[in-house]
Design a protein around this ligand. Structure first.
Ligand SMILES: *Cc1c(COP(=O)(O)O)cnc(C)c1O
Length: 401
């Protein structure tokens, strides 16, 4: 069947809550994807960083199948022998004390919000029902109702109200605004160290460190959403390491599942996590043996060898390669590690058009909003493939100029 026929047939039954590129994928291996017509593409997007280890990593497939034959899901009604190694690993790599496993990213964000609120009431002494959480403008933390309640993107919110109260927005990168926004009812500041969906927005150097200090001075929890920035994407295991700080809570997802399963977790200091009591939170699939076994292996793979150093080095090359392209279509190139955004002059062309042209040339990526083309290849990408992607992007830009 032809791609366009396939897509029309799918659209007859599919909610139109996404606007995918017109390609129908059927196979993936490493950094490569294949469509139903047999055409091969380089994956420069990695499912929004979920596929940092590439598609179908052999070691992940091995533990996946081994564990699948052994034990997959029993719910949290029982202990399982896969949970402890997974939690120990998470705490060891992050420096935090405890973790609560969930499935999707937004569930872990919800978990963090519940933990912060209960901590606010039970440990900080904020009157019940009056806790406030400070968030950043243009944040992205997922799509549940509570989480879109503090989104600044109207398209996420239209006609979905009423919304969850208790969130206060400040500009990203502005610590004076953070200081001013804190009241005696503030329990936490929830923020992405780098805003991915907002278009790979990097705050001023030292900002996070200054925020950490302000939070500490005011007994406000610093909770970092590293669902996209974490687990090696920026060239360090966690983006907070670039600023040598320690958050009170940390949210992980995406790459945690090795690009195979949805696995997320909220990690925190003991003082915070201890607010959870039996019945106060849960998930049928969260922490299931299959997911935790795959996640444990995914973390090991990210830690092993020189993957992080390579990510830093190749990230620099990607940044330089893209910055070398001189075109009136390009406004700015910014990024950290293998996570780069190219801001397009939307008066001349849409980012979508550029992504469509790149697709023709065999490179898959996706715009963030209308103006930014993101590059976030699997961290395992070979140098020559990365440079090939830069060449194709250059061709696309030249063609469209
Ligand atoms: C993707 C993402 C989420 C939501 O994760 P889902 O698995 O899609 O629910 C939350 N926060 C950040 C920073 C993300 O990039």
């Amino acid at each position: 069947m032809k791609t366009s026929t396939w897509i029309d047939a799918e659209n007859a039954h599919c909610a139109q809550n996404y606007y995918p590129l017109p390609v129908v994928l059927t196979k993936g291996k490493g950094v490569w994807l294949w469509d139903i017509e047999g055409k091969r593409y380089l994956d420069m997007m990695s499912a929004y960083s979920a596929v940092s280890l590439g598609h179908s990593h052999p070691r992940l497939l091995q533990v996946l199948t081994e564990q699948a034959h052994k034990l997959c899901v029993v719910s949290r009604a029982f202990h399982t022998d896969t949970m402890r190694p997974f939690l120990e690993k998470l705490c060891q790599i992050s420096g935090l004390d405890m973790a609560l496993p969930m499935n999707t990213g937004v569930e872990a964000v919800e978990t963090a919000i519940k933990a912060a609120r209960r901590w606010g009431v039970e440990k900080k002494g904020i009157p019940d029902g009056q806790v406030e959480i400070i968030v950043a403008k243009n944040n992205f933390h997922g799509r549940t109702l509570t989480v879109i309640s503090f989104s600044s993107d109207e398209s996420y919110k239209t006609h979905f109200g009423p919304f969850t109260p208790g969130f206060v927005e400040i500009p990203f990168g502005d610590e004076i605004a953070l200081k001013k926004a804190i009241t005696t009812n503030t329990c936490a500041f929830l923020v992405e160290p780098i805003q991915g969906e907002a278009g790979i927005q990097i705050p001023p150097q030292g900002w996070l460190k200054r925020c950490a200090k302000i939070c500490q001075e005011n007994n406000v929890l610093l909770i970092l959403d590293e669902i996209q920035s974490g687990l090696g994407r920026t060239g360090k295991l966690f983006a907070f390491e670039h600023e040598e700080i320690m958050p009170d809570g940390l949210i992980l997802g995406k790459a945690l599942g090795g690009g195979i399963l949805p696995v997320s977790a909220f990690l925190a200091k003991k003082e915070i996590m201890s607010v959870f009591t039996p019945g106060s939170h849960g998930s049928t699939f969260g922490g299931n043996p299959l997911a935790t076994r795959v996640a444990l292996e995914a973390i090991s793979l990210i830690q092993e060898g020189d993957l992080l150093e390579r990510t830093q080095m190749l990230g620099e090359e990607l940044l330089q390669g893209l910055r070398a392209i001189k075109s009136p279509l390009i406004r700015e190139v910014r990024g950290k590690g293998l996570w780069v955004g190219v801001e397009i002059n939307t008066q001349k062309i849409s980012a979508r058009k550029v992504c469509e042209k790149m697709m023709e040339l065999g490179v898959l990526s996706k715009e963030a909003h209308d103006s930014v083309i993101r590059f976030a290849p699997p961290l395992i990408i070979e140098r020559e493939n990365l440079h090939w992607a830069i060449e194709q992007f250059t061709k696309a830009i030249q063609f469209l100029s």
